[in-house]
Design a binder for this molecule. Structure first.
Ligand SMILES: Cc1ncc(COP(=O)(O)O)c(C=O)c1O
Length: 397
């Protein structure tokens, strides 16, 4: 019966494999196996106590009712100020739309701008929701490979240029990048800007990891001349302030588009809970120390993980520049990356994600999230090495 009831478009929606691997890992754990979780993309830090108290205080003061669909004025104002300072730009509160998490901004941008048959360029490998959300509105995803370059990952600009057609409606960028940890260099962004500037192409710039970087600061494509007018910046609180479960994100975009996003909000979730927004306000105003402590810890873990992975036979690991993911190539282990991810989980008790779950160009790679303690990262490296060496021995025998 369900086949007749479900709309055809439901077949176009994909999902995220991280949740499926988490389930498998938890099952092994419940059977008594020690599992080190490096699969999930959320900080292992707790939300800061001052942020939690501000939500409790807001709830006690009655901030538990409907509020404006585009967000509380004081939060929109603060986001405009802080985000503008971060990117060297000036934003108006009217250009900010607050949503339950950053995902609705991605979804709304595509729903608002993509007609059936329009093409949308997106990174491959990339956050799986991009392709899923493009397909859901009848758009045609045009994956552009992310390649290793100068010990970093960035878009293949030649393929990007060749992928632009009269049907191109939008280009999705993500820097710092999930799953590679790469940061698109400023000169590459400049080229991308020059490719789209004079065409009616929207940039959806997913900057959800923009606070988490270790050396060079990521640049927003919106900061180049003429680009703010054609860019939707996607950002939020999930990663920067360890607030994944609170569901709080935002978009910054031209005001006319923001008005359409507010209409989409009215039609879907009405508004983002006001006490959650007030917690977000506290995080933006007084959360910089916790953010910097978290980034320092991520950097220490990154260094341990990358150094450890580079010593494992068959692993090649470019240095992640931001976010909290390492993306080693494992082709030289002799294993298919998918088979290796299964082996590492089932034999070694280390949960990772295989690269092709982020797109065809991710084949040959694994994603490891360093959202676990330094102690567990050391243990994970030992366990991975043991699986590789044991299997080598078996092959030799
Ligand atoms: C690249 C990227 N964009 C967006 C999101 C979604 O963020 P949120 O949890 O705020 O919806 C994620 C979360 O994993 C992500 O990795």
């Amino acid at each position: 019966m369900m086949n007749r009831i479900l709309a055809d478009r439901m077949q176009l929606l994909g999902t995220e494999s991280a949740f499926e691997v988490l389930q498998r890992a938890n099952k092994l754990q419940s059977q008594g196996m020690e599992v080190i979780h490096l699969e999930i993309g959320e900080p292992d830090f707790d939300t800061s106590p001052n942020v939690i108290s501000s939500a409790v205080k807001a709830m006690n003061k009655g901030q538990t009712k409907y509020c404006p669909p585009a967000g509380l004025p004081q939060l929109r104002e603060c986001i405009a100020k802080v985000s503008g300072e971060k990117r060297g730009l000036s934003f108006k509160p009217e250009e900010v739309v607050v949503t339950p998490g950053a995902k609705p901004i991605l979804f709304f941008a595509l729903q608002a701008c993509v007609n059936p048959g329009d093409e949308v360029i997106l990174p491959d490998p990339g956050f799986p929701i991009y392709e899923s959300a493009v397909g859901f509105c009848g758009g045609i995803p045009k994956p552009v490979p992310i390649i290793e370059k100068d010990d970093n990952f960035t878009l293949d600009l030649d393929i990007l240029e060749r992928s632009i057609s009269p049907k191109t409606k939008a280009v999705i960028l993500n820097s710092p990048h999930n799953p590679t940890g790469g940061i698109i260099p400023e000169k590459d962004l400049q080229i991308i800007a020059s490719l789209v500037r004079d065409k009616d192409i929207l940039i959806i710039s997913d900057e959800i990891y923009s606070d988490i970087y270790y050396e060079e600061k990521p640049v927003s494509i919106a900061s180049f001349p003429g680009m703010k007018e054609r860019t939707v910046i996607v950002d939020g609180f999930s990663k920067s302030y360890a607030m994944t479960g609170w569901r709080l994100g935002y978009g910054i975009m031209p005001q006319t588009l923001a008005e359409h996003f507010a209409k989409l909000a009215v039609n879907t979730h009405s508004c983002t809970p006001p006490f959650v927004q007030l917690a977000g306000l506290e995080a933006l105003q007084n959360g910089q120390d916790s953010l910097q402590n978290m980034v320092r810890e991520f950097k220490a873990r990154r260094d341990i993980l990358v150094e450890g992975l580079r010593k494992i036979p068959g692993f090649r690991c470019p240095t992640p520049r931001g976010a909290f993911y390492a993306f080693p190539n494992v082709d030289d282990t002799g294993y298919d990356s998918s088979a290796l991810a299964d082996k590492l989980l089932n034999e070694g008790g280390v949960a990772t994600l295989e690269g092709s779950s982020f797109g065809a160009a991710g084949k040959g790679y694994l994603r490891l999230s360093y959202v676990n303690s330094q102690e567990y990262i050391y243990r994970a490296i030992e366990k991975i090495e043991k699986v590789i060496l044991n299997n080598r021995k078996k092959q030799i025998m």
